[in-house]
Design a protein. Structure first.
Length: 232
């Protein structure tokens, strides 16, 4: 009983000190002066801001200038597309062959989910013996009736060679650099452009000009040496 009384007395003293420290104290405010102007908080609607900017651009003629710059960029990209990088001429021309066989990376199915051709099926468009049975019966053997000629239209020697080239088959002219419209007039034929170097990669072209044609069941790629041709 004596120990219990001491504990109770200690708890009472602690409670009294806690009340003294936690008792509310008077707070005094002080005027620190004005440090700057105060503005109301506000936000501009983004659509209104865009509309105002467009009206400003329309009034000062900037929109017309932007249209003209855009039209000029489009026209330049059509008249002179970006050249294919990494190509040059050669004085030691080579002829090599490429197998056009395609391998299915996934099975081909009909609309009902039935598998028509399994994954891994290999088909060579030049070799009818590799075609599925139904296609072998209904389609004739495929023959590529043209030559593809890739060349640099900005190279005077390559232009001269192209104008003198006596092709055994109709030619599909394809530029890796230059202006298709200008070359079309010189060659009196439609001229295409190897956009983003797709054909160059497919046929592993490193040197131009090259003549690409069918040879049996493969593509034949023949490099041309134009070093001895006089510039036009």
């Amino acid at each position: 009983m004596h120990l219990m009384g001491k504990a109770t007395q200690g708890q009472s003293i602690a409670l009294l000190l806690l009340c003294l420290f936690c008792a509310p104290r008077p707070v005094h405010a002080k005027n620190l002066g004005v440090f700057g102007p105060v503005f109301p908080i506000g936000e501009i609607d983004m659509l209104d801001w865009i509309d105002n900017r467009l009206r400003t651009f329309e009034q000062n003629g900037e929109i017309d200038a932007m249209k003209q710059r855009m039209q000029a960029r489009v026209k330049n990209s059509v008249m002179r597309p970006l050249p294919v990088q990494g190509l040059n001429t050669t004085t030691t021309p080579n002829t090599y062959y490429i197998d056009p066989t395609l391998t299915l990376a996934a099975p081909v199915k009909d609309s009902l989910g039935n598998e028509l051709y399994p994954k891994g099926t290999r088909v060579n468009p030049f070799d009818s013996t590799t075609w599925p049975a139904a296609e072998r019966q209904n389609l004739p053997r495929f023959t590529f009736s043209k030559q593809l000629v890739l060349f640099d239209g900005d190279d005077p020697r390559q232009r001269q060679w192209a104008q003198q080239y006596a092709a055994p088959l109709p030619v599909k002219w394809i530029l890796t650099n230059g202006e298709p419209a200008a070359l079309s007039k010189k060659l009196d034929s439609r001229v295409y452009f190897d956009q983003q170097g797709k054909l160059t990669r497919e046929f592993h072209v490193k040197h131009v000009p090259v003549v690409i044609s069918q040879s049996g069941t493969r593509w034949q790629v023949t490099e041309i040496d134009v070093s001895a041709i006089k510039e036009d």
